[in-house]
Each structure stands twice: as C-alpha cells, then as structure tokens.
Design a protein around this ligand. Structure first.
Ligand code: GLA
Length: 714
C-alpha cells in the first residue's frame, strides 16, 4: 500500500514502512525506512535538528536532512547519488519535487534489463518526478512495494530536459540516508574457488566504504549484495537491511558515515569508467536495487529475498519445478573423453537413478584443451562420431535427459570465428588485448556479434534434444574501449539471454562463471540456478553455500558431489558429508561414476533416492541457518515447508574434538505445539522441544562429519 498524507509518501509492506516527505523548499527528504509505522503526516520530522550548525536555515537543512536522491554542489557534502555534466560543463544540480504517480498491480519493466515482475503477487509502484530546471535534468524515482515480502524495488531514470547534450557520470539506483546509528556492514567477498565469504565490519565515523567491482561481470571478488545490520542484530533478531542489485556488470555499493555519524548507503552501477551521453529528450535507466528490511535479523532478510527472487524474478518454467539430479562429466574426464566413455558414465548414472547427463567443455570446434575452439559452436566429430544430436539420442535412449555446456560470450584467438572476425573481440586499436585463460571476450555492444551468438547457439539448441544448458563465462573483462562500455556489454548479454531463453522456454539454464563468478540477481532472472563455485570440497562448500544463502534462494545454489581427494584443495571428506552438503541446492554428481566401488555406488543410489524425496521441500521451503561455520566449529541449516508439516535438518561438525560435548542443534520455524517424527528412526519430538531443547547431534568420530534428519509433522 502507498499512502500520500499531505507532503508525506508512506510505502507500507506487511511489517515495514518507507516514508519520504517533501520539505518547504521542494527537497524530497527521507524520513524512515524500517519497522512499520501508523499512517500519519511525518513531514515535520526531519526538521528537528539536534546539532548546531554554522550554516543558514536552508543549507543546514540539506546538511542535516536525510535526502532521498542527493545532488552534488550544495551543502550536503557526502557523496551524491548522481552526477550529470550539463551543457555548461559543470555537474551542479539540485533536484526538486515535481509530482508523483501511484499505480496498483504494477512494477515497471526496465528497458533492456531484468527486474522484478508482479506475477500473481500484489505490488504497487510510486514514481516520483524531480527536476532541476537550470541543469535541465529530470529524475524519475521508482519504488515498487511487494508488500507480502516487505520488499521495495527501486530504480531511477535520468532524462535530459535541456536543449544540449549531457553526460550521466554516475547514477545510483538507490540511496538510503539512514540517519545516525550504530550499524555493521556485511558484504560477500572472495575469489575463484572461495566465493562470497561473509564479512561483517562496524561502520565508523568518517569512513566511506566502496564495495565495488571493475571486473566486467559481477565477479568472484565482490558480490552486488550487502547488508546493514544494527550492531546488536544477529541471524535471528534485530534490524537488518539488505540491498541487492539486479545487475551483472560493474557494480558499487557504498556506505558513508559522516562527522555526525549519519550513514548514507547507495547501490548501483559502478561510476568508475561509466558514462552515458544523453541527447535532448533521451533518458538513462539504472538497474534495479532490491531493498529488504527485517527485524528478524539476517535470516529474516534472507527469507524475504528467497521468496521474492524465487517468485518474481525468473520467468523460466523450471523456477517452480523440481530440478533433475544431474551428472556432469567435467571432473570425471576434463577434455579427455570419447563418446563411448560418456555413454558408459551415463549408463551407470542411470542405474543410480540420476536423471540428466551433462556434457561439459570440449565437445565443439578444435577444443582439446583451453587454448582453442571457443566461438566455433559446432560439434567435434572426431570426439563425438554421432554428433550432438546422435549423442543426445543415445542418452535419451538410456532414459536420461541430455544437457550441454557452452561459453558463448568468448572466443579463442585459435578459432575459426576469430580468424574470420578478429575485430569481434573487445580490444582497443593499437593494443594487443589481454588474454585470460587463453581467451578474449566478444564485443556484445555490437548487434552483429549478439546476432551471431544468438543464431549459432539457437542452431545447436534446435539441432538436438537438449534439455539443460550450463552457460559459462570464464574470464574478467579488460580492454574496455570507452567509458560506459561495460554497461553496453551487459545490455548485450541480457539481450542474448532474453532471445535464447525465450526461444527455448523448456530448457533448464544454469549460469556459471569460472564457478560462481557471476552469481547475481541479473543472471537469476534468466537462469534459475547457478554453479556456485568450482570448489566442490564439502568443507569449503559449507561456508560458500552458507553465505550465498544469505542473499540468494537455495534453489539457485547448484551443488555437486565430486571425487576425493578433492580436485581443488586436496581434502578428503566422506561421501555422506559430500552429499548431505550438496542436498541444500540443485543437486548432482561430477565424478567418474564408472570408477566407484560397489559399496560407494550403492551409497550414491541411496543418496539420489533421498534427494528426490527432499527436493520439493528444499526448493520451496523456508530456509533457516542454524550454526555458522564463520563463528563456530559447526555448520547447520534447516528447511521447513511453508505449512510447517516437514523439515529437513543438516549439521556438520567441521573438526573433530576429543573429549568434548557437541552442541545441540536448535531448530527454528517449526510449529511449537505440534509433534514431529524423525522419519529414519521413528523417534517423536515436540516442535517446541526441537526448537528450545534442540536435537542431539549424531556426528562420527572424524573431521567434517555431518548428519541430517527429515522430520514430518504427525
Ligand atoms: C569453468 C566452470 C567449470 C567447467 C570449466 C570448463 O571453470 O566453472 O565447471 O565447466 O569451466 O572449462
């Protein structure tokens, strides 16, 4: 619901209020974002000044007031939300309120970019128009309230109202002037094979923290999702704000704390090397920033994001379907496979109950290692005598679905495509572009390049019964030829994704980028699951999946059981722990199943059956983190069905400790007054007992020992 009360705009979710007010000078001020308030006129509230300042009235208001979309060039000296070089060559502006429009049941579709859609949920949008007459710019601030989830999605359009060209140098999608308070910043940083580690640091006076990325894609190193948590907030309790950018290019989330301790948080496209020139009448649309607030701690924010991203972001048919258990040949064979070897793997996998066979890298062009072939999207008949369609048929005849790996945004210099179109790779005239993994990136800002990719990939997808695609992107972007290039590339990527996923709506698409290097809400709009990390070691995955779940639905977290010693870090963990860790997400195997002992094979069979029993619950339930691997020697999580009739609990003790007592696992989200039965042993517990006394753990006397329990309500 959105209510206008005099000069106050009040956006309400079920438990949340977001309030803005127009002051007497026409400034749009930020009044409140947080716990729900009653409908009143709050326009006076930001006039109470608790600090004496040496400026005159109006200037003081700017410095002390919380602003909704702050400008540059006035006596608010924090970083501005936007900067536009006007026809006079300066960037000074001051946006003043012009008008508003409220539209029920509506969420704007952003031109060329993914964004949340309404679907069958309720949503209401307010568009506030602000203008600076001297600079000749108009900004339309858009807010869509998804009241059921307490989610507010924001974006901005900046329009050139002048009669000269202007250049947008920065345009954040959202700004939150939170006032003075004691908050911690939570962000997710890592690298290849250790994506999205959890970091929590106090926000202190006089700092400006820029959680930003210039790697071209959203990146392994910094994820476009941050949280601001009240100092006393934890996983379960306290005020926490989440900001997620629905964007896959260079991004920035900034947190600034001024001399008064007032905090300004912004999120949007990274201003570094950004620029958008606008002719008179043209507009620039920012991506969407998804805001979530909960007083139920980090877990509350996560569950809201799981729901909104699970229901209102991805239009794939697979979003609400159970995902097939897959086997991928990458860690089984790498590039070294024959058609017969693949068939052997598929046959054995089928016997274990696995449903989808995925052929990874190495099936196309001259691709026997990573030095050649990218760009040549036709099958390598030397390796696959039956071709892709013949192989797909053979796999289908075994009784499995067939899936394929592709990396369409890339080209190897040693490829037919590059020899024919060397100018299609991103480069700057006179400079040799930097190679990474021996490959270059195709210039997705050009229509003919996008058209080639769409055509060549559609050719393959139409040529065989392909039911799954793993879409990879294996290098950072360098040699960007001009300011604003990265955004144009990102729009090209979305155009391609939109065309291909619309042409093949039945295919299950999985995103990938050197593991989890492009795990973002922009990708999730097209592909309901993403390969979370190339690191498939169970112990490493505990942390990676635990923190990834803070911002993204568990149904999007692709997780595989691989061989030991693990190929990335050499660790040995039990087959049980590997599978139980991977049950959390879209589950599969990535190992040579033909080489397994009979005993292990029987275990795999049982694991596959177990996952099939769990997968609807894991995909559609409410997810609770129980024990943090960042803070304890344990990692635990739980999924409870929306009707609380079943729950699956997982816990792993990371290192074995002699002569110690293990912590009980305190469950969450159950019906306290109901009884639940442990489906394995038949033991009956009260819901209250499970939540307030907890489960007795059942670890083995070894490192990385996990156990799991499926509970059903009686
Ligand atoms: C990336 C992916 C891997 C695999 C290889 C193939 O690294 O993350 O899963 O597909 O590419 O080259």
């Amino acid at each position: 619901m959105i209510i206008k009360n005099n000069n106050t705009f009040h956006l309400m979710g079920r438990n949340v209020s977001y309030i803005m007010a127009v002051d007497e000078c026409g400034n749009l001020l930020h009044v409140h974002y947080g716990k729900k308030l009653a409908d009143r006129d709050y326009s006076e509230i930001r006039k109470n000044r608790s600090v004496w300042a040496a400026y005159d009235e109006d200037d003081e208001t700017l410095e002390m007031s919380a602003q909704e979309y702050p400008s540059y060039g006035h006596l608010d000296l924090k970083a501005p939300a936007y900067s536009v070089v006007n026809g006079s060559g300066n960037s000074i502006a001051q946006l003043k309120y012009k008008g508003y429009e409220i539209r029920n049941g509506y969420a704007p579709a952003l031109k060329g970019m993914p964004s949340l859609f309404v679907g069958d949920k309720s949503a209401v949008t307010i568009e506030l128009t602000l203008e600076d007459k001297i600079a000749g710019i108009r900004a339309v601030l858009s807010y869509t309230v998804f009241d059921e989830y307490d989610i507010i999605a924001r974006s901005v359009e900046i329009i050139n109202m002048s009669d000269t060209d202007i250049e947008v140098e920065r345009a954040y999608s959202a700004c939150l002037d939170m006032g003075a308070g004691d908050y911690d910043l939570i962000h997710f940083s890592g690298g290849w094979a250790r994506e999205r580690e959890y970091f929590r640091t106090p926000v202190t006076q006089g700092t400006r923290t820029d959680i930003s990325n210039e790697r071209g894609g959203s990146g392994h190193v910094i994820n476009p999702f941050i949280m601001l948590a009240a100092r006393n907030a934890d996983e379960n309790e306290g005020s926490v704000y989440g900001l997620t950018l629905v964007y896959s290019g260079n991004h920035s989330s900034t947190v600034e704390c001024d001399q008064y301790g007032s905090i300004r948080v912004m999120q949007g496209i990274n201003p570094f090397m950004f620029g958008a020139k606008l002719k008179p009448g043209e507009g620039f649309q920012t991506p969407q920033s998804v805001l979530s607030y909960s007083d139920k701690g980090i877990g509350g924010v996560s569950r809201a994001l799981h729901d909104v991203f699970g229901n209102n972001l991805c239009r794939s048919k697979w979003q609400h379907k159970d995902r097939p258990v897959l086997i991928n040949n990458w860690e089984a064979t790498y590039f070294d496979f024959t058609e017969e070897k693949l068939i052997q793997i598929a046959k054995r996998a089928k016997e274990a109950g696995i449903e989808l066979f995925v052929l990874d890298d190495g099936w196309f062009g001259k691709r026997n290692d990573d030095f050649s072939g990218l760009g040549d999207w036709y099958e390598n008949r030397a390796k696959l005598p039956s071709g892709i369609s013949g192989l797909a048929k053979r796999i289908n005849d075994i009784g499995m679905k067939f899936g394929l790996w592709i990396e369409p945004e890339m080209v190897n210099p040693d490829s037919d495509l590059y020899r024919a179109h060397p100018d299609w790779a991103i480069s700057v005239p006179g400079r040799a572009p930097a190679l990474s993994r021996n490959q270059l990136i195709l210039d997705l800002s050009r229509d003919e390049v996008c058209d080639y990719i769409i055509k060549s990939i559609c050719n393959i997808l139409g040529s065989a019964n392909i039911e799954y695609i793993k879409w990879d992107m294996n290098r950072p972007m360098t040699d960007m030829p001009y300011k604003g290039y990265n955004h144009k590339y990102t729009l090209g990527f979305y155009k391609i994704m939109d065309a291909i996923t619309s042409a093949f709506p039945d295919i299950l698409f999985e995103g990938c980028s050197g593991g989890g290097g492009r795990f973002d809400a922009g990708v999730l709009a097209y592909m309901p699951q993403i390969w979370t990390s190339d690191n498939s070691d169970a112990a490493a995955r505990l942390k990676i999946q635990y923190s990834t779940s803070m911002g993204y639905p568990v149904s999007s977290i692709s997780a595989h059981v691989t061989a030991v010693p693990n190929h990335q870090n050499g660790r040995v963990t039990s087959l049980k722990t590997r599978a139980e860790t991977a049950y959390m997400g879209a589950f599969g195997y990535e190992l040579d199943i033909t080489q397994m002992s009979d005993a292990d094979f029987e275990t795999v069979k049982a694991q596959v059956a177990r996952y099939k029993e769990l997968r609807t619950l894991m995909r559609a339930g409410d997810f609770y983190r129980l024990q943090s691997p960042y803070e304890t020697n344990y990692c635990g999580w739980e999924t409870v069905s929306k009707d609380k009739s079943e729950a699956f609990v997982f816990s792993c003790r990371i290192l074995s400790v002699a002569n110690s007592r293990d912590r009980r696992v305190m469950l969450k989200g159950l019906d306290a007054s109901a009884s639940y039965i442990d489906t394995a042993c038949g033991r009956i517990y009260g819901g209250d007992e499970l939540m307030y006394i907890g489960l007795e753990p059942e670890y083995a006397r070894e490192d990385f020992s996990s156990f799991s329990v499926l509970l059903k309500k009686l």
